[in-house]
Design a protein around this ligand. Structure first.
Ligand code: XMP
Length: 514
């Protein structure tokens, strides 16, 4: 394993993904973890991420010097670079030499471990206020910028490397290559990690965990639960029963898709529970987003417990396991493993009630989304499921700003179906990460339609591009496509007289409105 030490910003996840793209398994650990504990994991290499602090700020995260003396190769990036510099006796000053964004990098030792085979002039992504003016003893400086004399250094003997910039972002043109040079050349790691290994490993782990008991799996219609279910199906076959809860918060046609496509692809046992009324009753009068999420998470589990009882009555041995498609970013965002703030309680992690009766089987909890898709593909799931854009567990319940009612859901379903249809027709499905369609149910505005004045609701389009949902930018959709969606929604959906476009990146906005 390669450990990525998280210094508190959102960079660590991206770094961990890039390491895996280099076919090396990686995990994120918080910078507050004692170094002895990190070393006890026997890492083949350690990467220190960027972070928001200045190394000289009071309370700035530090690391025990032992991390650099254990013989484990270490690569510091941005904050990690500065920390390495100051800890080992180099100089980092607050000289006012700040650099943000795309910056030209001058490589001064083209044959160095990190930079070999890359151009002597390259574009890198910088984001720093302090700057390193002298490398620690024993290190050679391998690159600089117009502003910063020491933008990269290395000590081959001790296997310590650092760059001031962010090689993990795509704007750093040779970033991935440099990361791979560290992993393969610096740390001598063989690239061997693949999603194929994950399938084998997980199948064995699931068999060991479940034994001859039974498991049930909630299918949401999304990629994650479908891949989790297919993986468990592969491991334990008919011991698995899939349960699809129709909570009435799904989009148009989704229930049918699960019933038809998924079953055809996997041959899994599927039980469909119609719980629409139950969810609507539980959500009645509730507008607060976190409360909605908690209610939906709770009801979901309750419905499963009921389904479990029914399956038990029919099938004998105890249903003891619940399969969930929890992903690595869910774990990290819910504060599991990084000490980062709980941004939202994702309903498959934080929203679980305390009295849960199942043991969880979470075969995807180490994986990023793109890896889940690869696993799904290898398991033979159809393209429509594997390439599906993400859709939140709480469904349209968190895309109605205000109380959730049957009428509002029907209205939003229509608007959403139109937007999806037009985006697909325009060939934009791969370009956008997802496009939440949101109903501002408590907002009304004046309009004019036909001969009369209307007083209807706005629909928000939130198309975003993203690599991992941790950060996102709003998608610059062609005006003609936006115009078509807007015209169709206002013409075809009663009570909607306005369509607006969300032009906020994440951060500061989250992708979903609630
Ligand atoms: P946010 O809104 O936090 O969303 O920027 C990031 C990604 O997560 C999805 N999402 C959820 N998925 N349960 C899920 O399974 C949830 O409660 C949930 N909330 C948000 C969202 O659609 C986006 O892809």
């Amino acid at each position: 394993v390669v450990l990525v030490v998280d210094f508190g910003a959102q960079y660590a996840q991206l770094i961990a993904r890039r390491v895996r793209e280099a076919r090396v398994y990686s995990e994120i650990v918080p910078s507050t973890m004692p170094v002895a504990e990190m070393l006890a994991k026997n890492p083949k290499a350690i990467i220190l991420s960027g972070g928001p602090s200045s190394v000289y700020a009071e309370g700035a995260p530090r690391l025990d010097r032992a991390i650099f003396e254990a013989g484990v190769p270490v690569f510091g990036m941005c904050y990690g670079f500065q920390l390495m510099a100051t800890t080992l006796g180099g100089t980092v000053d607050n000289t006012g030499a700040r650099e943000y964004g795309r910056t030209p990098l001058h490589v001064s030792r083209a044959g160095s471990t990190l930079f070999e085979g890359t151009p002597t002039e390259q574009s890198v992504w910088m984001s720093h206020g302090d700057a390193c003016s002298a490398a620690p003893e024993g290190f050679s400086v391998t690159a600089s910028t117009d502003v910063v004399p020491v933008a990269a250094f290395e000590n081959d003997e001790k296997k310590l490397y650092g760059v001031q910039y962010h090689p993990e972002v795509l704007h750093s043109t040779h970033g991935q290559q440099i990361l791979e040079h560290f992993l393969y050349r610096g740390a001598g790691i063989e690239p061997s990690w693949t999603t194929g290994n994950v399938i084998e490993e997980q199948v064995a782990a699931i068999r060991a965990q479940v034994g001859d008991k039974r498991a049930i799996c909630g299918l949401s219609g999304g990629v994650d639960s479908a891949v989790a279910a297919a993986l468990v199906q592969k491991a334990i076959g008919s011991q698995l029963t899939c349960v699809y809860v129709d909570h009435g918060l799904m989009r148009k046609g989704e229930t049918e898709q699960v019933e038809k496509d998924f079953v055809a692809a996997t041959g899994a046992n599927l039980v469909v529970v119609d719980a629409q009324e139950r969810f609507l009753d539980a959500l009645a009068g509730v507008s607060d987003p976190e409360t909605k999420r908690k209610i939906i998470g709770r009801e979901f589990i309750r419905v499963f417990e009921q389904a479990q009882l029914e399956i038990l009555q029919e099938e004998g041995p105890e249903v003891a396991f619940l399969v969930q498609g929890t992903l690595y970013p869910d774990i990290v965002e819910s504060g599991g493993g990084t000490g980062t703030a709980n941004i939202k309680s994702h309903h498959n992690v934080g929203g679980l009630p305390d009295d849960i009766e199942f043991q969880l089987v979470e075969p995807l909890r180490q994986l990023f989304k793109d890896e889940v898709r690869m696993v799904g593909q290898e398991l033979g799931l159809p393209e429509e499921i594997v390439q599906r854009q993400p859709f939140p567990g709480p469904g349209l319940g968190i895309r109605i700003v205000g109380e959730v009612t049957k009428e509002r859901l029907d209205l939003l379903r229509e608007a959403d179906a139109i937007a999806r249809e037009e985006l697909t027709a325009a060939g934009l499905d791969r370009e956008i990460w997802q496009c939440p369609v949101v109903l501002l149910a408590d907002v009304r505005s004046v309009g004019v339609q036909g001969d009369g004045r209307t007083y209807g609701h706005p629909i928000v389009l939130r198309p975003v591009s993203s690599e991992d949902a941790m950060t996102a930018d709003w998608s610059r959709l062609p005006y003609e496509v936006l115009a078509k969606i807007s015209t169709r929604i206002t013409n075809e959906v009663a009570d909607v007289n306005r369509v607006v476009l969300d032009v906020t990146s994440k951060p500061p906005g989250t992708i979903e409105w609630e």
